[in-house]
Design a protein around this ligand. Structure first.
Ligand SMILES: [Zn+2]
Length: 485
């Protein structure tokens, strides 16, 4: 999960347990009649969960740092598992033309060699604001941005290409401020300049010392807003500048750094002639924070056992079950995204280059941090982010999922995982979790030894029947009125 992120809960199951026991009994019976079956296909067992966790979250994987060779290794392992389960590859082709389970995503990272400056003319004199002085560049997506000034309220209509200057009214510094600024950009503003808030002022020095950089993902249209804060004094001066005045924000860039990140992707092609064109996407993110030499303490490896090896293992286990036995009617895609922690780059690439028409994507369930129980819900429950935004959670619950609403709405978890990248495109996309805000979140101590394997195994089991229902039904979830992000 991205910082300021998410998690979820779990379910248990006497029913799942009973099913597992029944399967075990069957296996034993079959053995006694000389049928070789080493493992019940349908049951999710703790040893399988533990085996995958002990690899993905081991020190050998060095914390699966976003865009590192260790992230790639995690993706390669996941692809090997999918191959073994009988899931079809959905990634790029290798040098012999054969399909693989990997998607290589090219990323370009740009950083400023010197602090960017904003320049404009007022009353015939050139004015300059510099990052770290009276101005803070919160986000810039190019080395040079220019446009005509437009003074506007937060709910105003920006002119296309304008550099808008927003003065906040009382109580407008809400938790949704950044979303609102982003909307101004989505509405056509080239850049958004905002008067400082108390929160920004409190972090001014930190922001000023931060290296400003921006990332372009190959195959993804840039849609991030350029956001700049100015001091109260500078805001008072800007308020007196005439609309239409040319503004320019510019800084010299270092040579771009070329990087890569990797998604692991597979699919099970549906069998029903009417439903096979419809897609259910099950996803998790395979990267974590890697090795951080400046971390406090002796342990520098951020293993990311809960975040999000646990989600990957959930999706792997669901893939294994769905690929065994009778094949689903709908087509099921599995995606394990790279570079979630670094900005969601793997998911952005996936969404921008879907291997099926977007309108055929019926629903996405992202699995994040299900390795430990959340004390905020019942021991046998998982929670779904954005539960009250669509009817998917309620319908899955009706099908037996012990899914409840996210008990931490103040954490904005719906927006903090890769599901949001899809939800912003209109796809019904939620995250399943049981993150109880434990203190190992984004620390080197998020290790396998902290995982509650009973909880995790039961949680995954509890989702099997509802997911099997979803991939075999013609149910199409919908946003509740006014709740589409
Ligand atoms: Zn995380």
């Amino acid at each position: 999960m991205k910082s300021n992120k998410l998690r979820k809960i779990l379910l248990t199951g006497l029913i799942a347990l009973a099913a597992a026991n029944f399967a075990l009994a069957q296996t034993t019976r079959q053995r006694s009649t000389n049928v070789v079956q080493t493992r019940s296909a349908a049951a999710i067992e703790e040893r399988g969960v533990r085996a995958a966790m002990e690899f993905l979250a081991s020190d050998a994987l060095q914390g699966r740092g976003s865009g590192t060779e260790f992230e790639r290794l995690a993706g390669q392992y996941i692809g090997s598992q999918l191959r073994q389960f009988g899931v079809e590859p959905a990634g790029e082709t290798d040098s012999s033309g054969a399909a693989t389970y990997l998607q290589t995503v090219k990323i370009t990272r740009n950083s400023f060699a010197a602090n960017p400056k904003l320049t404009y003319a007022a009353n015939g004199a050139a004015e300059t604001l510099e990052h770290g002085g009276e101005m803070l560049v919160f986000r810039m997506t190019a080395g040079q941005i220019a446009g005509e000034l437009q003074k506007i309220n937060l709910d105003g209509q920006p002119k296309s290409g304008a550099v808008v200057f927003v003065r906040l009214r009382e109580n407008e510094n809400t938790p949704n401020l950044f979303q609102n600024l982003q909307q101004l950009a989505a509405g056509g503003a080239r850049a958004v300049i905002v008067e400082e808030t108390a929160q920004i002022r409190a972090g001014w020095t930190n922001y000023a010392n931060r290296k400003i950089s921006f990332t372009n993902v190959s195959g993804v249209a840039a849609n991030n807003a350029n956001i700049i804060f100015v001091s109260k004094a500078a805001a008072a001066r800007l308020a007196a500048v005439a609309d239409g005045t040319p503004f320019e924000i510019k800084g010299e860039l270092n040579a771009p750094e070329n990087r890569q990140t990797w998604n692991a992707v597979g699919k099970i092609t549906g069998t029903d002639s009417r439903l096979a064109s419809e897609v259910i996407l099950l996803s998790a993110h395979l990267d974590h924070l890697g090795v951080r030499e400046n971390a406090p303490g002796a342990d520098k490896i951020f293993n990311g056992a809960d975040d999000d090896a646990s989600g990957c293992v959930a999706v792997l286990e669901l893939a294994r079950v769905l690929a065994s036995g009778k094949r689903p009617k709908r087509t099921v895609h599995f995606a394990f995204f790279g570079s979630e922690e670094a900005g969601g780059y793997g998911a952005q690439f996936y969404v921008s280059n879907l291997p099926y028409p977007k309108e055929k994507l019926v629903a996405n369930l992202e699995f994040e941090m299900i390795g430990r129980a959340d004390a905020k819900v019942k021991p046998e429950e998982l929670w779904l982010t954005g539960y009250d935004r669509s009817n998917l959670g309620a319908e899955l619950a009706r099908q037996g999922a012990r899914l409840v609403a996210d008990p931490h709405p103040e954490e904005n978890f719906f927006q903090r995982s890769d599901n949001y990248t899809l939800a912003r495109q209109g796809v019904i996309a939620h995250t399943v979790s049981s993150f109880g805000l434990h203190t190992d979140y984004h620390k080197a101590s998020d290790e396998v030894k902290t995982i509650d394997f009973q909880h995790m195994t039961r949680s995954i089991n509890s989702m099997v029947a509802p997911v099997q229902w979803l991939v075999n039904s013609d149910f199409k979830p919908a946003w509740y009125e006014g709740k589409k992000p």
